[in-house]
Design a protein around this ligand. Structure first.
Ligand SMILES: Cc1cc2nc3c(=O)[nH]c(=O)nc-3n(C[C@H](O)[C@H](O)[C@H](O)COP(=O)(O)OP(=O)(O)OC[C@H]3O[C@@H](n4cnc5c(N)ncnc54)[C@H](O)[C@@H]3O)c2cc1C
Length: 414
């Protein structure tokens, strides 16, 4: 793989860009791999990347039924933060956020990480108390956040109406090094680095069945034929329940549609990310100038990638209340993804009842921010059978009642 650099751009400019190589190979599957990862979203690709980078395991295939990054990874609103309440969450999300800081250099691919700052607005006394508690917890966890007052919120976000018709802004939980990154670039950067290590990323290859013998995984049947493996990672977000059923176990997961929308581009007017949990809406401005708006989850289980129409109205109504100046903006596009939600709003990174099968899912409405940290921990779990980062997130917690309740941190979909 040739490195991307300023020199390479200059060289290609002089020869009409004829020398760029494909970012990743498009191989046919081999008969057998040491590890197969199902799902070429951010989490699957990051898992494969750190398997190679940290543990030298490169006889790896990542199988994707569609195109890589075409699931939730390419559909989210790209918010990155680590201001969670519980210690295991803070550990994995902060590991992830800190990996994002260096990811462009690490992958030699510009993921456009923009640590512009994230505010979670407190608009009720209940939220003030909740976020103060989170700020104190974050101080103990070495995660840098602070609770700020309404005047500081207004200074950071001049377009906000802090008096609000229904809910005045009483303050906010501010994480200055939270922000956004370019979602496709995260998937593409990891894919390119995996391919360069000799791993096979096989698109349009749907896993239809999982084979096992004596309680141990032996391979998968796919639309491109059978492929054997010693270990299997299931990293398919909204389809986790479907894959688990193929392997013969059940997951405490619900799949629902979550949607987002963007406005027409306008001049720069907001350089931080704002989330308003009480009225339910969140917004940031993309580099192109579009206002990127996150909606809510559907109230019923489904596998559509659209989302219900009434949520658009609810979300836009909530945001107009918070940012009156957007009331005359035209909305350009709307889309949805299928998110995988657990009862305690925390992910599952775990061994499973089948030897050799590992599962990484349950990131729900907020897993983009966790991609590097999840891949880091999941790779360790697969390679060594144990990872301090993933230990608390095992499937056992649902049997033993050790829930990692993040309903406050994940109270708004993001
Ligand atoms: C509208 C929306 C907004 C969001 N906003 C944010 C946000 O602001 N911040 C944040 O942190 N998170 C956000 N999220 C959540 C985040 O996008 C996800 O948690 C994250 O992208 C999940 O990544 P993944 O790799 O696990 O899943 P995906 O990216 O969905 O990848 C899973 C892949 O598995 C493939 N697959 C499924 N079944 C099979 C099969 N049988 N065989 C082969 N391949 C298969 C799928 O095609 C898919 O490509 C949002 C999500 C949505 C939908």
């Amino acid at each position: 793989m040739k490195r991307y650099s300023a020199f390479a751009i200059a060289r290609e400019a002089l020869r009409y860009h004829s020398g760029w190589e494909r970012a990743w190979r498009a191989p046919e599957p081999k008969a057998k791999y040491d590890v197969i990862i199902v799902g070429a979203g951010g989490h699957g690709l990051a898992t494969a990347y750190y398997l190679g980078k940290r543990f030298g395991i490169t006889n790896v295939a990542v199988l994707e039924k569609g195109w890589l990054g075409g699931g939730n990874t390419g559909r989210n609103t790209t918010i990155i933060r680590s201001n969670y309440l519980q210690d295991p969450s803070a550990a994995i999300y902060e590991k992830s956020r800190s990996l994002y800081e260096e990811l462009s250099q690490e992958l030699n691919y510009n993921v456009m990480f923009s640590p512009r700052g994230v505010i979670m607005l407190a608009q009720t006394q209940h939220e003030v108390r909740g976020y103060l508690r989170t700020a104190h917890a974050n101080a103990l966890q070495d995660v840098k956040t602070e609770f700020i007052g309404p005047a500081k919120v207004k200074e950071l976000v001049p377009i906000i109406d802090i008096d609000g018709p229904r809910y005045p802004v009483l303050g906010g939980l501010w994480q200055a090094r939270g922000g956004t990154a370019r979602h496709d670039a995260v998937a593409w950067g990891y894919a390119r680095a995996c391919s360069a290590m000799g791993m096979d990323i096989i698109q349009k290859c749907e896993v239809k069945a999982i084979r096992q013998q004596g309680g141990k995984v032996t391979g998968v049947d796919t639309t491109k034929g059978p492929i054997d493996c010693d270990q299997l990672g299931i990293v398919v977000a909204g389809h986790s329940g479907v894959l688990a059923e193929m392997a013969g176990f059940r997951l405490p997961i619900e799949s629902v549609a979550l949607q987002a929308l963007v406005s027409e581009p306008i001049k720069p007017c907001m350089d931080v990310v704002v989330m308003a949990n009480t009225v339910h809406g969140y917004m940031s401005q993309s580099d192109k100038g579009e206002m990127v708006i996150g909606g809510g989850t559907d109230g019923y289980n489904n596998y559509t990638q659209r989302g219900s129409f009434h949520h658009i109205e609810e979300t836009v109504r909530a945001l107009i209340e918070t940012f009156p100046m957007i009331s005359r903006l035209k909305m350009l596009r709307q889309w949805g993804g299928i998110v995988d939600i657990t009862g305690d709003r925390s992910p599952i990174l775990s061994k499973t009842p089948v030897e050799g099968i590992f599962i990484n899912c349950g990131w729900g409405t907020g897993g983009f921010k966790a991609i590097p940290g999840s891949g880091w921990g999941m790779a360790e779990l697969i390679a060594k059978g144990h990872s301090p980062l993933t230990e608390a997130f095992s499937l056992d917690r649902f049997r033993e009642g050790r829930f990692i309740d993040e309903s406050v941190a994940a109270g708004v979909a993001h």
